[in-house]
Design a protein around this ligand. Structure first.
Ligand SMILES: NC(=O)C1=CN([C@@H]2O[C@H](COP(=O)(O)OP(=O)(O)OC[C@H]3O[C@@H](n4cnc5c(N)ncnc54)[C@H](OP(=O)(O)O)[C@@H]3O)[C@@H](O)[C@H]2O)C=CC1
Ligand SMILES: O=C(O)C1=N[C@H](C(=O)O)C[C@H](O)C1
Length: 244
């Protein structure tokens, strides 16, 4: 039996590419909805839902898909901690695959960032994250930038929330020791670029990922959906899929 995949956000930049990527993978496109669609009805017709919409609707989607017992691949970014809590509640009832970035290469960069965070002393090597996206993007810093920050913080054995310096402006005072800084640039049609930069007095190390085509995200999300169907309830991510 072919896997039936439904798409929440099918009218969007990602959704339109997912509508091509699903049949190209051999799966069946069960249907798709924009903001006015009925997710519960789509879930009944689907073995798995891929969701690239907006954070404002994530909590509602979590409850709807948990109620329908339909596995959920979530690519939406900009989630609040309350949204994250709703996703975790849903993952007790359904398999949930959530990733801020479905490009396999980015997830290798995340793994390297964690190792650099562990290896380079926070006292000497200042960590900054730079992300650039298209002018339509509505959340900042990007989900991937936050994931990079979390990876570095994890390597350093600290909580990102306790060291984050984001959106500097005005009389900021000097950089705090051990801070992880963020800068978000917006313009044109940049698909998504992320750098983690470690700057010391005598050296600078930069790792960068440029997404050149959104198909890298769509193909990754479809791969995740095919992998997720049939898994037990729980929260999964790219590390599970890629075996990192
Ligand atoms: N994890 C990853 O690898 C990636 C994540 N993303 C994230 O995916 C999300 C979507 O990105 P993108 O496709 O560029 O965005 P778009 O704005 O192009 O598309 C958004 C989609 O969500 C729908 N939508 C908007 N508001 C609501 C609502 N209140 N309820 C239900 N559906 C709604 C829109 O429907 P309508 O047309 O009817 O308004 C549209 O189909 C973003 O959060 C983005 O950051 C993007 C790329 C990669
Ligand atoms: O909104 C986008 O376009 C993207 N969003 C994701 C993010 O916030 O990290 C992934 C990718 O960078 C494109």
């Amino acid at each position: 039996m072919k896997t039936r995949i439904g798409i929440a956000g099918i009218t969007g930049r990602m959704g339109r590419l997912l509508a091509e990527a699903v049949p190209a993978s051999g799966a069946v496109l069960a249907g798709g909805i924009g903001r006015d669609g009925d997710l519960a009805a789509l879930a009944v017709e689907s073995d798995v839902i891929i969701d690239f919409t907006t954070a404002a609707t994530t909590a509602c989607h979590a409850r709807s898909l948990a109620g329908a017992a339909t596995p959920w691949v979530l690519g939406t970014t900009g989630l609040t901690s309350d949204d994250e809590a709703e996703v975790n509640v849903a993952s007790a009832r359904i398999p949930v695959f959530a990733a801020a970035n479905f490009a396999p290469g980015v997830n290798l960069v995340l793994a390297i960032a964690e190792r650099l965070g562990a290896a380079l002393p926070a006292e000497s090597h200042d960590a900054e994250i730079l992300e650039m996206h298209h002018r339509q993007k509505i959340d900042a810093p990007s989900g991937t930038a936050i994931a990079l920050g979390r990876a570095i913080a994890q390597g350093r054995g600290v909580d990102l929330d306790s060291v984050i310096e984001s959106g500097r402006h005005g009389a900021t005072g000097a950089r705090k020791p051990g801070a992880i800084g963020f800068a978000a640039l917006r313009g044109g049609q940049i698909v998504g670029s992320h750098s983690a930069i470690f700057t010391a007095a005598t050296e600078q190390i930069t790792i960068t990922h440029h997404a050149l085509d959104r198909r890298i995200f769509a193909d990754g999300a479809v791969r995740a959906a095919l992998w997720l169907a049939g898994k037990p309830p729980g929260r999964y991510g790219m590390r599970d899929l890629l075996g990192l």
